[in-house]
Design a protein around this ligand. Structure first.
Ligand SMILES: Cc1cc2nc3c(=O)[nH]c(=O)nc-3n(C[C@H](O)[C@H](O)[C@H](O)COP(=O)(O)OP(=O)(O)OC[C@H]3O[C@@H](n4cnc5c(N)ncnc54)[C@H](O)[C@@H]3O)c2cc1C
Ligand SMILES: NC(=O)c1ccc[n+]([C@@H]2O[C@H](COP(=O)([O-])OP(=O)(O)OC[C@H]3O[C@@H](n4cnc5c(N)ncnc54)[C@H](O)[C@@H]3O)[C@@H](O)[C@H]2O)c1
Length: 471
């Protein structure tokens, strides 16, 4: 068995692991990167990239039927499902070189394509190598959680790891789980010509503001997606190729089944006990600096059990680089992390929702709103369904919720504001180009200041007296 010594040994080459490896190697650290499956991890191969590519295909198909209001004859699109999947594969293939073994070896990283496991607090074994490192970074991600539903293991079901490789169009896709995976996949498949039923045990898009989530769900239902909320999936069986899910609201039969009920962290191969690394059901236990109970080891991204997004894994990577390479203190925050569900309309959130802000700040909370029906650009585009809500405490935003076209782009402004703890006046000071959707942010901020300015007797008195003295 060959022994390798290095500064940094990273387990997992997904969004988090790759970001640490690229940064650390380019700053002169001696880095070994272990990956037992595909370079790029979930995001590139089974997550963000294929889901956004499939949504894009669905968006094109949908637009073909939406021209009437603009004087364009609507047409029923002819969907070649396999060709839509070619688009998905092409998107993955185009991005893959950026995450590839060759690129990382070019940066000076030693890449070993095997699963690693700890054999002591200071050593990892991988294939025929034993690695000792000054610091370890566990970035092993997560996989789909498969719930204990009776009969599930006896039918063919899909998860995000298999659904993108279907080449034939599902006639009727049943989706268990109405979270972001379930709802993005529901709309993509519906727009590509599938019947879709979503079975959700609680509320669909339940992590978001219910007022805004309802706007998305109305649109999905209007497109023909059946969404059953407060509905338990009891048992599943296959009769002559038709999959039936018994639910608390009766049986649902379809041609294909997608299970999207959350994630399970990848820790089983790691032998964490040998390294003295604590974990629970949610993930590896970390402190504010992302250090585990073994001071030599950090855990980042999905496996750290917090918010599970690619940009969070990337953010964590920056914290680890600061701490492990420069020995500087660094703490991970969550109050400035945005997330977006890429349905049409998009749904975006940062910081506290209105309900969370009310619970945390009580009467000190003020909510500024702007409805997209007041946006000239939205009117010109014919896409006025949308709303921005800004939760403000003592002049500072503590959360923003946006639903509407390009909500994911619009939330970026608020990501800057919350990351830097700026006052709301920073947004009103900004001049936004006219006419753009991003004006909605400034208009929402304006809604906070308008009553203070325009319904204020003191302001009126000052203006009157100044006018008296002006030449
Ligand atoms: C369908 C879907 C859509 C999504 N869409 C978005 C989106 O639009 N935006 C967004 O921000 N997030 C999205 N996500 C979430 C995002 O994909 C994850 O948060 C992100 O991939 C987490 O990165 P990671 O580095 O923690 O883990 P991963 O990307 O899962 O990478 C972990 C890697 O570690 C490897 N590994 C595991 N065990 C070992 C071991 N013992 N040794 C070596 N290697 C190991 C795995 O093979 C894997 O390649 C989506 C997820 C899904 C499922
Ligand atoms: N656009 C994005 O950024 C994006 C897209 C997809 C996924 N993701 C990430 O991946 C994570 C996982 O997504 P997800 O949608 O699988 O998980 P989720 O936990 O967000 O949602 C799962 C849903 O399934 C429901 N559920 C659980 N058990 C059920 C059962 N037995 N029957 C019916 N419903 C059940 C839950 O109530 C919940 O609403 C997300 O939390 C997010 O971090 C992000």
């Amino acid at each position: 068995m060959e022994t390798i010594s290095c500064d940094l040994c990273i387990l997992g080459a997904g969004s988090g692991g790759l970001s640490v490896a690229a940064g650390a190697a380019q700053m002169g650290a001696d880095v070994v990167l272990l990956e037992g499956h595909k370079m790029g991890g979930d995001c590139l191969n089974y997550g963000c990239v294929p889901s956004k590519a499939l949504l894009a295909a669905g968006k094109r198909a949908h637009a073909m039927g939406q021209g009437a209001a603009y004087g364009i004859t609507p047409v029923v699109p002819q969907v070649d499902f396999a060709a839509a999947k070619d688009h998905v594969d092409a998107a993955i293939a185009t991005i893959a070189p950026h995450d590839s073994q060759e690129r990382f070896e070019g940066l000076g990283v030693r890449v070993i394509r095997e699963f690693g496991r700890f054999v002591s607090p200071t050593e990892v074994e991988v294939g025929e190598y034993r690695i000792t490192a000054r610091r370890f970074v566990i970035a092993t991600g997560s996989r789909p959680f498969v719930p204990p539903i009776e009969g599930l293991d006896e039918v063919t079901y899909h998860t995000n790891e298999t659904v993108f490789s279907l080449r034939d169009r599902p006639e009727h896709l049943i989706i268990i789980g109405g979270g972001p995976i379930g709802m993005e996949m529901a709309q993509a498949h519906r727009r590509l010509g599938c019947a879709v039923t979503v079975i959700e045990a609680a509320s669909a898009l339940g992590k978001d503001d219910p007022e805004l989530a309802a706007i998305v769900l109305d649109q999905l239902r209007a497109e023909g997606i059946e969404i059953l909320e407060e509905t338990e999936a009891g048992s599943v069986w296959d009769f002559e190729g038709r999959i039936t899910v018994e639910t608390s609201k009766g049986p649902i039969a379809g041609s294909h089944l997608l299970v999207a009920v959350g994630r399970q962290v990848n820790i089983d191969k790691l032998n964490l006990e040998a390294a003295g690394i604590d974990h629970d059901r949610k993930g590896i236990t970390v402190d504010a600096g992302l250090r585990t109970s073994n001071r030599r080891a950090y855990a980042i991204g999905d496996v750290a059990g917090g918010m599970q997004f690619t940009h969070v894994a990337g953010y964590h990577a920056g914290i680890v680089i600061r701490s492990a390479l420069f020995g500087l203190p660094a703490k991970a925050r969550t109050d400035h992390i945005p997330w977006v569900t890429y349905t049409d309309p998009e749904l975006a959130q940062i910081g506290l929702t209105e309900a969370q802000a009310r619970a945390a700040h009580g009467d000190r909370l003020e909510v500024a709103r702007f409805d997209l029906s007041g946006s000239d650009r939205a009117i010109a585009e014919g896409t006025t369904t949308g709303l921005t809500k800004v939760m403000v405490v003592k002049g500072r935003p503590v959360g923003v919720s946006i639903v509407g076209p390009q909500a994911g782009e619009q939330i970026a402004l608020w990501a800057l504001v919350l990351a830097n703890k700026l006052k709301l006046s920073a947004v009103t000071n900004m001049v936004a180009p006219y006419p753009t959707m991003s004006e909605a942010g400034k208009r929402a901020a304006g809604a906070y200041f308008s009553p203070r300015l325009f319904e204020n007797p003191t302001v009126k008195r000052i203006v009157k007296s100044v006018q008296r003295f002006l030449p």
